[in-house]
Design a protein around this ligand. Structure first.
Ligand code: ADP
Ligand code: ZN
Length: 782
């Protein structure tokens, strides 16, 4: 359509119109008029626009559509003093919206996630000498002369009042008086953050031959436009050091670098290693950062001042004006998938951003996803292998412990001695009063409680190996991917199980806080004294182990150990995680009882033994990727052992040592496992050989949710190569009070599923009380 040319003689609110996309869940953009006197804003410009009675910030996409008559359009209120969002980011927003079947505005909102960042930081007043004023030629007090001398010494640099007063050794009132007298000129200094610049040429570790070859291949890709490369190296092979070289190359070209990491790996040692190689801390982006930190980071990226950003998945939508490289480390990790709101996989969308921006993308992993392996095998991705550990360290020896033959034994806690009348310790049962304090010179009023024998989770061989490692001055990780004390609490009298009132999930006991928590929503309650169902007192019993309960046993079995529990409850953020890592490296901790928060990123040279307490945990009741995921996770955990000169050993407790995952781990033959998995999936047309789109239908009204799910079942697309499974109640049939049903569209690779799903939704009436969430390439099937 035609646009009136920009002309200063046009009447107010001329016909010049632009199309503006708003960060709201809307697919379309709105036209606004460009007010008289305002230059036509280029695409990407951020502008304040009226919307109803509100004002919102949107992004100018280009010339308006012209469908609405000009008289009914409103003008832009203002253009923000920020560089326009780069075209490749706008293209990414469109692309992600189309791919995930989400409104464009909802995707844009991820790029404008920090509304505060759109405002410039508040300025500080500062001073410069008024031109022509020279201290030597004027009759001035000594104090005033010193002020002018300081300014003259520093060229034209403006000084904040406090700094100038300090440097010149005068009181601030001298400076303000000089301002009034016209000797000084005040201006406002923007406090825009300038992150320190990483130095690409600071020497890194000398690379081994294998690493050097990999690094030079990556380096050569940096200036070569778009490519995707899998950096496939065993744990401890030095993948980080290798991709650091590609990053250095990109920095030398003056372009920005983004490194995406799963949040918990970011919490480990990455920033320290970056600082060791490049001399400064990287700019970070993760969920633990407050608004102020995000604002600083967002602006530093937008203004092109942040050279390197390391972040969790949402960093992908930062407004880099000149991105030249993305590294996705631990590319197989499901943390890259966002499950709510816009469901997208940052790993895959990183590749899209690379293609749109014509720069390379590196995917690093010791256990690449089947999708990525398939892409590498098909030649779509380059493939660089690092088959050996750095510095001659050997890969850890992995052995299985058959729990059917090596049963964990019960253990008898020491009697608990409490002062008379004091509250009984945790878990103490059937206490026996020993009024004589015969136990060991305890005062007469003391009470001794003899506890019941407790369940054990550590088999004799694992206990033995742990003792040996600790005795040799080495460190041990006991790995159990379950937070809290016990995953289930039940009543011994009536069998009642404590369940979340809002979710189909058991409540998990957390003994540290003496509370029951739902791990799916934020529901919490104090641990009750009586059974909520039959009211029997003292009848609730924990069932199964979490890390807190395992730690109890470990403290009993290894009383000399310096034990620490590492779970997201005890290490809620990167700061705590780094402090913990430091305690391990310094030797203050030698026995870690940890969840998957400990599985990746960490490098502890003295850690030689990893004990996997429940190797079968991820395999039961799982989805199509249960085996793949369990293999990846256990492989990663195993990779924590023996990373330096002392060889590592991994013991995996399992009741199913014949399972393909256990065999693959024990024999180290990951390739065979991957081949079998791939073939099985090919036969069934599962990803990566077919495509999946899940629809999750939910409502607080159970009947409405079910009716809508059935309606979608009836209108499901019928096409060659397409199959719709369901509707069926979701495994998590209630979540946060919403009743849930699932449908799964399964299609052959070539089918354009997005259009099909959009069309399916558009011709199925869904009441407003029901939400339908579209999940393209689902990873979770709960
Ligand atoms: P990966 O990510 O492949 O598991 P890392 O990059 O974490 O491996 O490297 C493992 C450890 O070996 C790190 O502590 C790293 O600093 C060290 N390392 C790797 N390559 C070298 C090298 N060429 N010289 C010295 N140390 C190295
Ligand atoms: Zn819940």
């Amino acid at each position: 359509m035609a646009i009136a040319p920009a002309s200063p003689r046009l009447p107010l609110f001329s016909e010049r119109r632009v199309s503006v996309l708003l960060p709201l869940p809307l697919a379309g953009a709105y036209d606004y008029l460009v007010p008289e006197g305002m230059e036509e804003p280029p695409p990407g410009t951020l502008a304040r626009v009226p919307l109803g009675r509100r004002e919102v910030v949107g992004v100018v996409l280009g010339p308006g559509e012209g469908e609405v008559e000009a008289a009914r359009l409103k003008p832009l209120n203002a253009v923000l003093p920020l560089p326009p969002l780069p075209p490749s980011l706008l293209a990414l927003v469109d692309w992600v919206a189309a791919y995930t079947v989400q409104p464009r505005g909802a995707v844009l909102r991820m790029a404008l996630s920090v509304p505060d960042a759109l405002e410039p930081p508040s300025g500080t007043p500062a001073w410069v000498a008024t031109p022509g004023v020279e201290g030597d030629t004027l009759r001035l007090t000594a104090a005033r002369k010193r002020v002018l001398a300081v300014l003259a010494d520093h060229g034209a640099m403006p000084f904040a009042t406090a700094d100038l007063a300090r440097e010149a050794a005068v009181s601030p009132s001298v400076i303000t008086a000089m301002g009034k007298a016209g000797l000084l000129h005040s201006l406002t200094l923007s406090r825009e953050w300038e992150p320190p610049r990483p130095d690409p040429d600071q020497a890194g570790f000398p690379l081994s031959e294998e690493q050097g070859a990999a690094a030079s291949r990556l380096r050569s890709l940096v200036s070569g436009g778009f490519s995707t490369t899998l950096l496939d190296g065993v744990t401890g092979s030095g993948k980080t050091e290798v991709y650091f070289e590609a990053m250095a190359e990109c920095l030398r070209l003056g372009r920005q670098v983004l490194v995406l990491l799963p949040e918990i790996a970011l919490a480990a040692q990455w920033p320290d290693r970056f600082a060791a190689r490049f001399g400064v801390e990287p700019v970070q982006w993760h969920s633990q950062m407050g608004q102020a930190g995000r604002k600083k980071a967002w602006r530093a990226v937008a203004l092109g001042r942040a050279q390197v950003v390391v972040g969790a998945r949402s960093a992908l939508f930062l407004p880099f004006p000149d991105l030249g490289l993305i590294v996705v480390d631990e590319e197989h990790d499901s943390a890259f998938k966002q499950e709510d709101g816009v469901t997208y996989n940052a790993r895959d969308m990183a590749v899209v951003r690379g293609r749109l921006g014509a720069f390379p993308v590196v995917l690093a992993s010791a256990t690449p996803s089947l999708e990525t392996i398939e892409n590498a095998r098909q030649g779509r991705y380059g493939h660089i292998l690092l088959p050996s550990r750095h510095g001659g360290a050997s890969l850890p020896r992995i052995e299985l412990i058959d729990l059917r033959r090596h049963k964990p034994e019960k253990w008898q806690p020491e009697p608990v001695i409490v002062e008379g009348g004091a509250k009984v310790e945790d878990g103490a049962k059937d206490g026996v009063v020993d009024g004589n304090g015969a136990a060991s010179g305890v005062q007469a009023k003391s009470v001794v409680r003899h506890e019941q024998a407790r369940m054990g989770w550590l088999s004799p061989p694992l206990i033995q190996a742990t003792r040996e490692a600790l005795a040799a001055g080495e460190q041990v990780l006991l790995y159990l991917n379950r937070r809290g004390y016990a995953p289930l609490t039940l009543c011994r009298t009536c069998g009642h199980r404590l369940q979340c009132p809002r979710c189909t999930a058991w409540l998990v006991e957390h003994r540290r806080t003496r509370r029951l928590q739902c791990h799916h929503c934020d529901f919490q309650m104090p641990l009750p004294d009586t059974c909520p169902s039959c009211e029997a007192p003292d009848s609730l019993a924990p069932c199964g182990p979490g890390v807190e309960r395992l730690a109890e046993e470990a403290l009993f079995r290894f009383p000399e150990a310096h034990l620490e529990v590492a779970a997201s409850d005890t290490l809620p953020g990167p700061k705590e995680a780094r402090a913990m890592a430091e305690r391990v490296r310094s030797g203050a901790v030698n026995l870690i009882v940890g969840t998957q928060i400990m599985a990746k990123g960490h490098h502890f040279p003295a850690l030689t033994l990893v004990g996997v307490v429940d190797g079968d945990l991820g395999l039961s009741g799982g989805d199509l990727r249960a085996a793949e995921r369990t293999h990846q996770l256990l492989h990663q955990v195993a990779g924590r052992a023996g990373r330096a000169d002392r060889p590592g050993r991994v013991l995996i407790q399992t009741v199913d040592p014949g399972h393909p995952v256990m065999e693959a781990l024990a024999t180290g033959d990951a390739d065979r496992f991957i081949d079998t998995e791939t073939e099985e999936r090919r036969a069934l047309c599962w990803p990566p050989h077919g495509r999946l789109v899940a629809l999750i239908v939910s409502s607080t009204d159970p009947a409405a949710a079910q009716a809508a799910a059935r309606a979608l079942g009836r209108t499901a697309p019928l096409a060659a190569g397409v199959d719709v499974l369901g509707p069926a109640p979701a495994p998590l049939s209630m979540l946060r009070g919403r009743h849930r049903h699932r449908l799964l569209l399964k299609a052959e690779k070539g089918v354009r599923v997005q259009g099909m799903v959009a069309e399916w939704l558009s011709r199925t009436p869904i009441p407003s009380s029901v939400k339908v969430q579209v999940d393209v390439d689902p990873l979770s099937f709960l």
